[in-house]
Design a protein around this ligand. Structure first.
Ligand SMILES: *Cc1c(COP(=O)(O)O)cnc(C)c1O
Length: 416
């Protein structure tokens, strides 16, 4: 099949996420079909190569086609690809559970499929825990403005970005929304009815890479303990080294009641998620007729577990976290230099995550800059007019330089 036909079939049959499909299907729009990846590089159908500037939508950790992860998946698929976790167990899940528990300091691991289900699962556990442990009035959930926790109806209800919840912001269930810690503290009597607070630690991704003030997470943890409210941390984006520590919460010495992991769990190779929790929560589900009534067909997929174990092995063997400090410094200097451009309002950065916000530009400019940057060998996506750079952790200094240069040229071309 030739290139034209491939794209014709896309326009005839496929439907893309978050995508205005009339524009996508328009005659003049030529979709980019990616065919191969190696390290931080991706190749399109015509052999052009690009740097993967947003880690394939925030998932990839050690680069594409990593031999250790590839081998882990191949070995597993030759044994068995998938078996039910309902009524059975298997070695890759056991090994992965133990490793995650050790890394996070939370002993119980519940597997699911993606970020949204990891969140759903934490919320359902929190609600059911209070229901069956003497506090049935605790049904309320608190989330922060501009938060993003995924797209299933439950996860979307927790989010604070109206666009993702129907035009009138009325899909899903009611969630108390607060702007910051101060607003949380002034909730007053309602607090007794709150089951859990959910937050993206250190940095809100889909809000446009917005940083929380230093110390906020620790204060939030203290507030939760004092008020008998569970703390759910959404580390779907920040997990697995992205912020400079294995998990973002470790920077403020916080251990939540629930830790939600997904995107980078498998190194960005397969869909898989985990919700980690405490022994206290687990024990609240023990006893007569009690079970956590939740699960998915592919819970603890053997292939996903194998890929995740492969990724954690790469962390150890390549001493990824040890090498990150120097890399983050270079990254900070490079993306920071974009802040001197007159077209740039602000550069926000946390570890290997950066948001470059454009100054006074019409809506859609961020997207146009990213399309322009393709010509200079970079693939990434913005959040509105905030450009995102979030390279795989294996990125080299030279590759970081090329990414930033491509963005600079893209900004100059589009914003003048
Ligand atoms: C991507 C993301 C999610 C949702 O994960 P999916 O795998 O897309 O369902 C949830 N929370 C955060 C912080 C995310 O970045």
């Amino acid at each position: 099949m030739n290139v034209g036909d491939r794209c014709r079939l896309d326009k005839e049959h496929l439907w893309h996420p978050f995508t205005p499909m009339r524009e996508w299907c328009a005659e003049e729009h030529e979709p980019l079909a990616l065919v191969r990846g190696e390290g931080c590089w991706l190749w399109d159908q015509e052999g052009r190569k690009y740097l993967d500037g947003n880690s394939s939508i925030w998932t990839n950790i050690h680069g594409h086609g990593h031999p250790v992860i590839n081998a882990a998946i191949k070995e597993q698929v030759d044994r068995v690809a998938h078996t039910s976790f309902l009524g059975f167990t298997h070695e890759p899940a056991m090994a992965l559970g133990r490793e995650l528990a050790e890394l996070a300091g939370l002993p119980r691991v519940f597997f699911s499929d993606d970020g949204s289900t990891a969140i759903e699962c934490a919320v359902r556990m929190a609600l059911q825990f209070w229901q069956q442990n003497g506090r049935p009035e605790k049904l309320g959930m608190v989330g922060f403005d501009a938060a993003y926790h995924g797209d299933t109806l439950g996860a979307a209800s927790l989010g604070g970005i109206p666009l993702f919840k129907g035009a009138a912001n009325h899909f899903g269930y009611g969630v108390q929304r607060v702007k910051d810690l101060e607003a949380l503290r002034s909730l007053g009597v309602d607090v007794a009815r709150v089951a859990a607070v959910i937050v993206e630690p250190l940095i809100q991704g889909s809000a446009g890479m917005r940083l929380w003030p230093k110390g906020m997470l620790k204060e939030l943890e203290t507030w939760c303990r004092e008020n008998e409210v569970f703390l759910i941390l959404d580390e779907v984006m920040t997990g697995f080294g992205r912020t400079g520590t294995m998990f973002a919460c470790q920077q403020e010495d916080v251990v939540p009641d629930f830790l939600c992991l997904a995107k980078g769990l498998t190194g960005g190779y397969l869909p898989m998620a985990a919700t980690l929790t405490t022994e206290r929560v687990f024990e609240g589900f023990l006893g007569e007729g009690r079970a956590f009534y939740y699960g998915h067909s592919y819970t603890a997929s053997q292939l996903g577990c194998a890929a995740s174990l492969g990724s954690l092995r790469v962390f150890r063997e390549e001493r990824v976290m040890e090498g990150l400090a120097a890399k983050m410094e270079v990254f900070a200097g490079l993306v920071g230099s974009l802040g001197a451009m007159p077209q740039v309002l602000e550069v926000r950065r946390c570890g290997m995550i950066a948001g470059i916000e454009l100054r006074d530009q019409p809506p859609g400019t961020g997207a146009r800059v990213c399309v322009a940057a393709r010509k200079f060998g970079l693939l990434t996506r913005p959040v509105l007019n905030t450009l995102v750079l979030m390279p795989p952790l294996c990125v080299t200094h030279a590759e970081m330089g090329q990414m930033v240069e491509a963005l600079r040229l893209g900004i100059e071309e589009v914003c003048g």
